[in-house]
Design a protein around this ligand. Structure first.
Ligand SMILES: NC(=O)c1ccc[n+]([C@@H]2O[C@H](COP(=O)([O-])OP(=O)(O)OC[C@H]3O[C@@H](n4cnc5c(N)ncnc54)[C@H](O)[C@@H]3O)[C@@H](O)[C@H]2O)c1
Length: 259
């Protein structure tokens, strides 16, 4: 018996990084995991990994910045499985850009995925969760949402918005027994951070890997994060242990930010 036995979980951006790690973790705990990603081939590869371990998963193509696609995916899941118990809003994109060079289109791209995408997929998922009178919603924030950074304004603002949306949706859904919480990772070794490292390097002239190494020196626990570090909290927030917890954002960052 797993803590998520017979639960239906939708994880966005689960073809890679932390989304993939959470998908493997949820499936191991007994959930059927729907891997939703822009990258359908990558999503299918994760499904194969989960099935090879004897667990249950399926893949869906999803661009979270399309409200229509988000609604379609939720409707399909409910039609296929009868419920949607867990939503992890994990898909996200980053941008390293000096203040003066930021364009409105770049700003919109970050907000369309990290904020609008999260909000309207949540809106769609709340329909079945309200009817079920149960559900768990877990949002991927970041320590970037706790504190601004000169070169990271759009991303930091988008993750601060995720923390705020978590609080508002938690209050809206509390009467229906739906728990809404967020996780704020620090520096996690994923394809996302490789891009961030390159974007910093292009601006500062630092060699590949140097920014990642420098920022790693600030982690009190002495190492940067790997995607698997997020999984125990993600499982806890999706399971019955979190039934009396809502509207919270948890740092998982090796002690970089105190709260
Ligand atoms: N890596 C870090 O250091 C770090 C730290 C804090 C928070 N985060 C956040 O964690 C989440 C996952 O990051 P990761 O590092 O695992 O990234 P990743 O790049 O490894 O994976 C992100 C996944 O999201 C998918 N994706 C991107 N845009 C999408 C869209 N519009 N619709 C659907 N899928 C989309 C990508 O195809 C990819 O599979 C993001 O929200 C990110 O902002 C990352």
């Amino acid at each position: 018996m797993g803590t998520l036995d017979s639960k239906i979980a939708l994880i966005t951006g689960a073809a890679s990084g932390m989304g993939r790690a959470m998908a493997l973790g949820y499936a191991q705990e007994g959930a059927h995991v729907v891997i939703a990603d822009l990258n359908l081939d990558g999503a299918n590869t994760v499904v194969d990994e989960i099935r090879a371990a004897g667990d249950s998963a399926s893949a869906k193509s999803l661009n979270v910045s399309s409200t229509e696609e988000s609604k379609r995916v939720v409707d399909e899941i409910v039609a296929e499985h009868g419920s949607l118990d867990i939503l992890v809003n994990n898909a996200g994109v980053g941008l390293i850009k000096p203040l003066d060079e930021m364009t409105p289109d770049e700003w919109d791209r970050i907000f369309n995925v990290n904020v609008k995408g999260l909000m309207f997929l949540t809106q769609a998922a709340c329909v079945p969760m309200r009817e079920q009178n149960s559900g768990k919603i877990i949002n991927m924030a970041s320590i970037a949402g706790r504190r601004g950074e000169a070169l990271v304004s759009a991303y930091c603002a988008s993750k601060a918005a995720v923390i705020s949306i978590t609080q508002s949706v938690a209050l809206a859904m509390a009467p229906y027994g739906v728990n809404v919480n967020a996780m704020a990772p620090g520096i996690v070794d994923t394809p996302y951070w490789k891009q961030v490292d390159k974007q910093f390097g292009d601006l500062t002239g630092k060699a590949e890997g140097e920014t990642f190494k420098e920022k790693s020196a600030d982690v009190p626990l002495g190492r940067t994060s790997v995607p698997e570090d997020i999984v125990p909290l993600a499982v806890f927030l999706a399971g019955p242990g979190s039934n009396y917890i809502t509207a919270q954002t948890y740092n998982v960052e090796g002690g970089m930010v105190m709260s």
